[in-house]
Design a protein around this ligand. Structure first.
Ligand code: ADP
Length: 518
């Protein structure tokens, strides 16, 4: 059956190979197992159910919430010679009647419907008479109340499937990968956890770097100079920052455009077109830029500020190298940016529970900046995708400084946190270890602790960096909220007991961009 699947892939779609992940999902569906496929946007989810639909006897019902996309999908299937049709509210009575009749006659292999259609009596009646072999559910996260796009009509899907005389296999697909949503989909659609595949998040042609000790503007100026022939995007957190950067680089004679929601529609359109047609090579923008822009030869994406979470970062950084050519994603870290993102969360309208979740995601974004593991792997694991190898090209993989044993330093930090009874944030912990004379330290009587001044040979900044590193590597965790408290994890306890050692690359040195390293 699987060999047939490859034949369908090349015969109808003209592709030689499956993308990573498509094969496992297709195999699972062909084995008649209810399956969940989680893949990023553009990863190639449609083929995962379309190929089994071609191979199965009978008809596949595809449930999709996006009426505009439905027509595109059906058109492209028809173009390659796969019989498909759709039912939605854009059709006239006459068209619906005709398609119903054709469906009854077995003309179609796939029929696309919006979930609301499942509530229409005549359609439900039709379903009773059809040999439905598979139900494919696109945007399957809409079934979960934890998803960002919950649709009550999705909850009816299960009941409709159960009412069918055939026992169709279920193929659910989505790009939303949080553990909660995944569990919910599996539970609601009777999908065994081992048939849920998170896959395709790796982008092998992208090399990631985090830059910590660089002066941002001169660095970017040099970088653009070294990449004169290439297009790139520079993302900044606010409109004001975009305006300032744009002004700065324009004065320096660099060909730059800008884009943010504060510009008129005309300004935005002309700037976007100039970038797409390579009239300007560098676009400075807020996150308003990029959705639905299909420019494949973006060679680099620079984040001037730390974004709010890894989803946002990966989506924006992922606009580099869509053509598969090697491309770079650089991120400048600054603690002030993290504060700014905290401020945005705090000022936002979200409920407390959602805010706590946003703080948590921001912390993981911060951990990404401080980890010494492979950056690509960190991101992929964040999405729940399994990978076994390091990318070999990110700023951590190419950082060839020696590892050294920092167990004693780590123990000092951990015992100080313990003495401070897990009640304070990282600044106060660093103050205490450094032996600071800050008023707050005196007021809280932290100077009376035995760990006060234990690291007085180190600067406050070095101690803070060490704490960030220990957090990123999972020795410390932070409580929820805007002013989080440092907590010891079980890994730290093991270190305190002398059961485990802590390693770190030697003293920080500025990391060079990949182009400078070569
Ligand atoms: P998604 O639904 O996950 O956003 P699509 O199914 O629309 O993604 O696929 C994105 C693009 O990738 C489409 O142009 C599709 O033709 C292409 N594609 C899918 N699978 C393959 C493959 N195995 N080889 C090459 N291109 C593929």
């Amino acid at each position: 059956m699987y060999t047939l699947a490859k034949e369908v892939l090349s015969k109808y779609y003209g592709y030689a190979d499956f993308r990573p992940g498509q094969d496992v999902i297709i195999k699972s569906i062909l084995n008649k197992q209810n399956t969940l496929g989680i893949m990023p946007t553009g990863g190639g989810k449609s083929i995962c159910y379309q190929i089994p639909a071609v191979l199965f006897q009978g008809v596949t019902l595809v449930i999709s919430p996006l009426i505009s996309l439905m027509k595109d999908q059906v058109d492209s299937l028809q173009n390659v010679g796969i019989a498909a049709t759709y039912f939605n509210s854009s059709l006239s009575h006459h068209e619906v009647a005709q398609r119903l009749e054709e469906t009854k006659q077995g003309v179609y292999q796939l029929i696309y419907v919006a979930p609301e259609r499942l509530e229409v009596a005549s359609f439900r009646h039709l379903l009773q008479t059809l040999p439905v072999s598979m139900v494919a559910i696109d945007e399957a996260h809409c079934i979960s109340q934890w998803g960002h796009d919950f649709r009550p009509s999705y909850l009816r899907i299960k009941e409709v499937i159960e009412s069918l005389p055939t026992k169709p296999v279920i193929a659910a697909l989505t790009a939303t990968a949080t553990e909660q949503v995944k569990r919910d989909i599996c539970h609601l659609l009777h999908i065994a956890p081992q048939q849920a595949f998170v896959t395709g998040f790796a982008r092998e042609n992208l090399s990631f770097s985090v830059l910590k000790d660089e002066e941002r503007r001169p660095f970017i100026e040099r970088y653009i100079q070294q990449n004169k022939e290439n297009s790139g995007i520079i993302y900044a957190a606010t409109r004001k920052e975009v305006d300032q950067l744009h002004h700065y680089f324009q004065k320096k004679g660099v060909s730059v455009g800008k884009y943010h929601a504060g510009l008129s529609e005309e300004e935005r359109r002309s700037s976007q077109n100039a970038f797409i047609h390579d009239d300007i090579l560098v676009m400075i923008a807020t996150n308003a830029f990029g959705m639905g822009i299909n420019k494949t030869n973006v060679r680099y994406v620079i984040h001037y500020n730390v974004p709010k979470n890894i989803e946002a970062y990966y989506q924006e950084a992922g606009r580099a190298g869509r053509d598969g050519e090697l491309s770079e994603c650089l991120l400048f870290f600054s603690a002030r940016d993290v504060q700014l993102q905290k401020f945005f969360i705090d000022q936002g309208q979200s409920e407390e529970e959602r805010k706590a979740n946003e703080y948590k995601k921001l912390q993981l974004m911060t951990d990404y900046c401080h980890t010494e593991q492979c950056l690509q792997r960190f991101i992929i694991e964040y999405f729940g995708d399994q990978t076994t190898t390091d990318c070999g090209t990110c700023s951590n993989c190419t950082d060839d400084r020696e590892m050294s044993d920092i167990t004693v330093d780590a123990q000092m930090v951990f015992s100080c946190i313990k003495r401070m009874k897990n009640r304070y944030g990282k600044t106060l912990v660093a103050h205490t270890l450094h032996g600071s004379r800050a008023k707050k330290v005196q007021e809280l009587k932290l100077h009376q602790l035995s760990t006060y001044g234990l690291m007085n040979k180190r600067s406050q900044k070095e101690i803070l960096q060490l704490i960030d590193y220990l957090t990123a590597e999972g020795y410390l965790s932070l409580s929820d909220g805007q002013y989080p408290v440092l907590l010891l994890s079980h890994k730290a306890i093991a270190v305190l007991k002398g059961e485990e050692r802590v390693m770190r690359k030697q003293a920080q040195q500025p990391i060079q961009a990949v182009s400078e390293r070569n």
